[in-house]
Design a protein. Structure first.
Length: 236
């Protein structure tokens, strides 16, 4: 079987200090009630998600937890996805599911999905440079694909922190890296993991510039799901 593992990151990595010279126009127009800086930032992420209007029937149809790999399945393309900050389940309800749908449409019958577990997707992990537990779970899933699906060719998109935990002898199995709103935008991945990287960062997304400030530009990466799927499909 020719298989590929794809590990996805909406946005979890190192955060920079709050910029004192930001103009008010750069900030999201939501009301923050908490006076604790970290909690206020988490509230800003949650408010940004809540500001997106989704039809009730569409929201109800979104599957926020996917665990095909850990349930023993294999397929040509294995997507491993870490949900964004404050999102539910283990793959979230935003860019992840829309990316999966686009990839399945491009590669029907070849895709399974595994979310990242042991990962709270909270602001503390974001401010700490990414979740250590989530990174370990993602790296463990890469190793699981190598042993559980021995005839598979793995293509991967990983978080920067998880990439450091992947054994170098598995680098050659990684065929694609896709990131959305990456706080470490521009930072290279180790070794040959850096060969096939596609980062989506929008103008006005301050998180891509290293500032821990969720603006409206950080909330529309689902629009890039078709392009991300096309990139992966072309490589795998």
């Amino acid at each position: 079987m020719l298989a590929a593992l794809l590990l996805l990151l909406p946005a979890l990595a190192a955060a920079a200090p709050y910029p004192s010279a930001l103009a008010a126009a750069d900030l999201p127009t939501t009301t923050i009630t908490s006076t604790v800086p970290a909690l206020a930032l988490e509230e800003a992420f949650a408010n940004l998600r809540a500001s997106k209007v989704v039809a009730a029937d569409v929201a109800a149809a979104v599957v926020t937890t996917r665990s095909e790999l850990k349930s023993g399945q294999c397929d040509d393309i294995i997507v491993i996805f870490a949900r964004g900050t404050t999102e539910p389940g283990n793959v979230g309800d935003d860019v992840g599911p829309q990316f999966f749908d686009a990839l399945v449409a491009a590669e029907p019958g070849r895709v399974i999905v595994q979310g990242v577990d042991n990962y709270a997707a909270d602001i503390w992990g974001f401010l700490g440079g990414g979740s250590d537990d989530g990174a370990a779970d993602m790296a463990a899933s890469v190793k699981l694909v190598a042993t559980q699906c021995p005839n598979s060719k793995i293509g991967a998109q990983v978080t920067h922190k998880a990439a450091k935990l992947i054994p170098t002898n598995l680098y050659g199995l990684v065929g694609a890296i896709v990131l959305f709103g990456d706080p470490n935008n521009g930072d290279a991945f180790p070794g040959t993991l850096n060969k096939n990287v596609k980062t989506f960062c929008h103008d006005g997304d301050l998180i891509c510039d290293g500032w821990p400030i969720p603006t409206d530009a950080h909330s529309t990466y689902e629009n890039d799901a078709p392009a991300a799927a096309a990139y992966v499909a072309a490589l795998l």
